[in-house]
Design a protein around this ligand. Structure first.
Ligand code: F6P
Length: 529
């Protein structure tokens, strides 16, 4: 492991600081880097059907080389090995981090708990699709509602949405996450309790939002069936808290495991992915795992210079440290990938929003970045103005899908417009435009971006894409020497909300909080005004 506790202690850091200066000079033009006719081939990588073009970045061979030195100084190779070998790298929770094991092909997978779980998922998917699984009135299940939040919601939601063209069977999948009752009400509005199955996805089985929604679902079912004996036919639980799920009333046979070595935001590959298997079938779910596994192999096998997640992480750390970069945008030019930015928000910000090193010392650099974004081209008509002419430094990941799912001529033409817009944005952001007469029209250019091209949106490629971002996040955490796998800030929020709930619902006035919170409680208690 690295002897250095902060990247700023690496010799590479000082060199990088110097190397970043020419890119900030007024006369620097990013576009001039393309005078090197081999820039694209030097600054792009391909893995299976995924191409990363990182040539439109403020980067040259030398700075890249020193970034690689930084990664070596921070112990990148050793940390990657430690993760894959199951060392307890989540030190604050004393846990291994082994979500990559979940995607080892079943035939080679040494962990029988994982393969048993996959078999159980397979049986469940078959029973649901065949109609063998019946609700309390003896009818086939038609609708499945996933109740979960954070990692127990965002992953399956993203993937089910993204793979809509791969749907098999006639089951409809729904997702409820919010504590706001309107979310649950909107989802069940058109559903029939007799034909609805709930999946309570909660690693802890102790998350307020999920517990509230699950209890509500139970009441809704009991109100219709007039008996509490129906629960076992209408509830599945995915959890590491077996007792919690049993206490709630879920039949033991309907409980799927999740292990402490799978972090919530890294859990889409586990039984948390059951909604995906229900939507697209088990074969497609296996392809999804295979795609992620292929990215794991790429990540393990390649030197930093040829390693997609490593390159993306190095660029992110470079901008954060030397270009005053606070945020990055992810803009998929694919309606099917509209949930991707939200998924990545949790993955990156819950993992990297840390200000203590692994040794519990304050970090000496900025860590994490604010991840945001929405689909293109809609984004072009909302916030792109700020990206083109604003004062913030915001590198962008453009994600494009080369082939459309449809073969109709009309679709192909629209798809070409979509792709043209994606490419034209990165081009315009890089080139800019100088207007001597009307200076308000000047755009400075030099705005960097990555472009990720996926040949086609299918389960395998989507698995690779998500795993790419997982490993990118992990590498960033190594470079910053922080723990990417805990989330103590979120835990604090949960504790505080319990005590505020007590005050909000108590008839006694409280006066032990700050005057802002006190007065807001008073205001809300009387219904506003
Ligand atoms: O948001 C905090 C968090 O702990 C996430 O890490 C997790 O994905 C989410 O809550 C849900 O937790 P659980 O699956 O235990 O309900």
């Amino acid at each position: 492991m690295s002897q250095i506790n902060s990247p700023t202690q690496s010799k590479a850091w000082e060199k990088l600081d110097k190397l970043s200066k020419p890119f900030k000079k007024e006369d620097f033009r990013l576009v001039n880097l393309f005078n090197d006719s081999r820039r694209f081939s030097r600054f792009s990588l391909k893995h299976n059907s995924l191409t990363l073009d990182y040539s439109k970045n403020l980067l040259d061979q030398e700075s890249l080389q020193i970034l690689v030195e930084l990664a070596k100084d921070m112990g990148l190779e050793e940390s990657v090995t430690a993760m894959f070998q199951g060392e307890k790298i989540n030190t604050s929770e004393n846990r291994s981090v082994l979500h990559t094991t979940l995607r080892i092909p079943a035939k080679e997978n040494p962990n029988s708990e994982i393969t048993d779980c996959l078999k159980k998922m397979e049986r469940t998917v078959t029973r649901l699709h065949s109609g063998e699984w019946k609700g309390f009135a003896g009818k086939k299940i038609k609708d499945v509602v996933n109740i979960g939040i954070g990692g127990s919601d965002l992953g399956p939601l993203l993937v089910c949405d993204a793979l809509a063209d791969f749907k098999v069977g006639d089951l409809n999948m729904h997702f409820v996450s919010s504590l706001d009752p309107s979310h649950f009400d909107d989802v069940i509005e058109t559903l029939n309790p007799e034909t609805t199955l709930f999946i309570v996805a909660s690693k802890s089985f102790d998350t307020l939002e999920t517990k509230q929604n699950a209890s509500f679902a139970k009441k809704w079912l009991i109100a219709s069936s007039k008996t509490s004996e129906v629960i076992d036919r209408h509830f599945i639980a995915i959890t590491s808290n077996l007792d919690g799920a049993i206490d709630f009333g879920v039949a033991k046979d309907n409980i799927f495991p999740i292990w402490d070595w799978v972090g919530g935001r890294y859990s889409v590959w586990s039984a948390i992915g059951l909604p995906i298997a229900i939507c697209v079938g088990m074969d497609n779910f296996f392809d999804f795992l295979a795609g992620a596994h292929s990215m794991d192999r790429h990540f393990l096998a390649n030197t930093p210079e040829k390693n997609m997640p490593v390159i993306m992480a190095l660029i992110a750390v470079w901008y954060s440290a030397f270009f005053n970069c606070h945020s990055c945008a992810v803009v998929p030019y694919s309606h099917r990938l509209k949930e991707l930015p939200f998924y990545l928000q949790q993955l990156c910000m819950e993992s990297l929003g840390k200000s203590m090193t692994k040794e519990n010392k304050p970090v000496l650099t900025r860590t994490g970045e604010i991840v945001w974004g929405t689909v293109g081209t809609n984004s072009q008509h909302s916030y792109f103005q700020l990206l083109h002419q604003g004062t913030q430094f915001v590198p962008i990941d453009f994600v494009a899908v080369a082939k459309t799912a449809s073969s109709s001529i009309d679709h192909n033409e629209r798809h070409s417009h979509l792709l043209a817009n994606c490419l034209s944005q990165s081009l315009a952001l890089m080139e800019g435009k100088h207007e001597n007469q009307e200076r308000h029209k000047t755009t400075t250019g030099n705005k960097p971006s990555n472009t990720l091209v996926i040949d086609a949106l299918n389960p395998f490629n989507l698995g690779s894409l998500i795993a790419l971002y997982e490993h990118k996040t992990f590498v960033q955490s190594i470079l910053w020497n922080i723990n990417a796998f805990d989330q103590w800030g979120v835990e604090l929020g949960k504790i505080v909300s319990k005590s505020v709930f007590g005050k909000l619902t108590s008839s006694n006035p409280s006066d032990d909080l700050d005057s802002s919170t006190e007065n807001l409680i008073k205001l809300l208690k009387k219904g506003g005004s």
